[in-house]
Design a protein around this ligand. Structure first.
Ligand SMILES: Cc1cc2nc3c(=O)[nH]c(=O)nc-3n(C[C@H](O)[C@H](O)[C@H](O)COP(=O)(O)OP(=O)(O)OC[C@H]3O[C@@H](n4cnc5c(N)ncnc54)[C@H](O)[C@@H]3O)c2cc1C
Length: 398
């Protein structure tokens, strides 16, 4: 089977790329290969479902540019396709003095990134937005929204099919053979020949990248994020989204409260090392994958740098009381019995050999492949923008 472009991975990034390619050149022969029997079954379908505004990211970084452009594309896409979403806004809450300079830094970044109508809030103004929050200062971010990314990805897939693209579900890519001008992608069921491969395999993007290149010196480290839900009768405590001031040394935002587009309030996610790349439960272990993580020199350096934070996250994972305590920093009246177990997602976080957790998106180009090597949050928000970038890179080659 001959294709112009073969996309590996049917999450938000792979599907958005397929859609953008077909929008730009409807004559292209594009196929998306996905190992699960449905699209969006991993990061895209198991995340916080927040439409991020772009406030946190370093001005000029790929994250900052793609988040804000992606935000606009996504909101337009949801409007055009009647996908339920809400631009409800959020507050970022400082709870002690040492967080105030960090809060100011986030505010400045937001302004440098071009966000309009951001507002610094005093403790009493914070209460006007979120009456049950106890902070000493905050930021109101009016742009932030909520959506269901599984629904978004399903719409991307529907449009790909409508435009003549193909999606092969239930086919795991197990090998890639590189020729001089073509590559053959082998799944357990068939082989596909293409002029270019686009790797959007999320938690396995390093593995697929290594099949296309000898220059990939990264490892995906899986970090599980676990959620609780607020009991129905306590949902009144949260009006929109409530975030802490994130630890600037850690690539995750800290446990927060998120209202959901379909109703309900989620609390979380924490960030614990998953013992299996697609390990959604504490008991999920894949000894081969865990051994690879532990043997990676970069991971050992992360442990020596972040062991204290890591232990805290692990403790909160096993102790509901400790998880509740983290939430009580934002909202003291929350009690352990107000929380019921929710779902979990696993983040694909690229780590280099020296122990650097890659903060920015990373796209590596090879002769016959474009590898999306790091697409952590906010890549769901940014998916149409990342897809647009990849489509431009790809179309220059075809
Ligand atoms: C807990 C959590 C909370 C988050 N919150 C947010 C948020 O609120 N807002 C936001 O914008 N982002 C958020 N993110 C990040 C966001 O979910 C991801 O950045 C985004 O979904 C990445 O999309 P993707 O397509 O790259 O990966 P994925 O959605 O993981 O898709 C990759 C696909 O590749 C497939 N695949 C892998 N290997 C193979 C193979 N060998 N053959 C065939 N198919 C293969 C997988 O089955 C999968 O479907 C969050 C992530 C997590 C985990």
């Amino acid at each position: 089977m001959q294709y112009d472009i073969i996309i590996v991975g049917g999450g938000a990034v792979g599907l958005a790329t397929g859609l953008k390619l077909l929008n730009q050149n409807p004559a292209l022969k594009v196929v998306v290969i996905e190992k699960e029997t449905v699209v969006a079954n991993h990061q895209t379908g198991n995340n916080s479902n927040v439409i991020h505004s772009g406030i946190y990211y370093k001005p000029g970084s790929l994250k900052a540019r793609n988040c804000i452009h992606g935000y606009n594309l996504l909101v337009d896409f949801c409007q055009q396709n009647e996908i339920p979403h809400s631009i409800c806004g959020k507050v970022i809450v400082a709870t002690d003095e040492h967080e105030l300079p960090l809060l100011k830094n986030i505010f400045d970044r937001g302004q440098q990134n071009g966000l309009q109508n951001l507002k610094m809030l005093s403790a009493s103004e914070l209460k006007e937005h979120e009456p049950h929050v106890a902070g000493i200062a905050g930021i109101h971010v009016p742009q932030t929204g909520i959506v269901d990314y599984r629904v978004v990805a399903e719409k991307y897939a529907e449009l790909i099919l409508k435009k003549g693209g193909e999606i092969k579900l239930g086919e795991k890519v197990i090998d890639i053979q590189l020729g001089t001008s073509n590559a053959v992608v082998v799944t357990q069921k068939a082989s596909y020949t293409g002029k270019l491969i686009v790797n959007c395999a999320g938690l396995y993007s390093d593995k697929i990248a290594q099949l296309t290149s000898k220059n990939v010196d990264l490892k995906i480290i899986p970090f599980r994020g676990e959620y609780y839900k607020l009991k129905k009768e306590k949902e009144y405590l949260v009006k929109t989204l409530i975030y802490p001031v994130p630890d600037p040394n850690f690539p995750f935002l800290g446990v927060h409260f998120t209202t959901m587009v379909g109703g309900g309030v989620e609390c979380g996610p924490n960030a614990v090392l998953a013992f299996k790349r697609e390990g959604y439960k504490k008991s999920d272990i894949n000894l081969g994958e865990l051994g690879e993580t532990l043997a990676w020199p970069g991971f050992r350096k992360i442990v020596s740098k972040y062991w204290r934070t890591g232990m805290g996250e692990m403790y909160r994972s096993y102790s509901k009381a400790a998880f509740t305590k983290a939430l009580q920093k934002l909202m003291p009246e929350i009690k352990e019995e107000d929380l019921v177990a929710g779902g979990a997602g696993v983040r694909a976080q690229a780590c280099d050999r020296t122990g650097g957790l890659l903060d920015d998106f990373m796209i590596l180009e090879e002769k016959l492949a474009i590898n999306v090597c790091n697409a952590p949050s906010p890549a769901a928000t940014s998916s149409l923008s990342i897809g647009e970038t990849i489509a431009e890179l790809a179309l220059k080659r075809i």
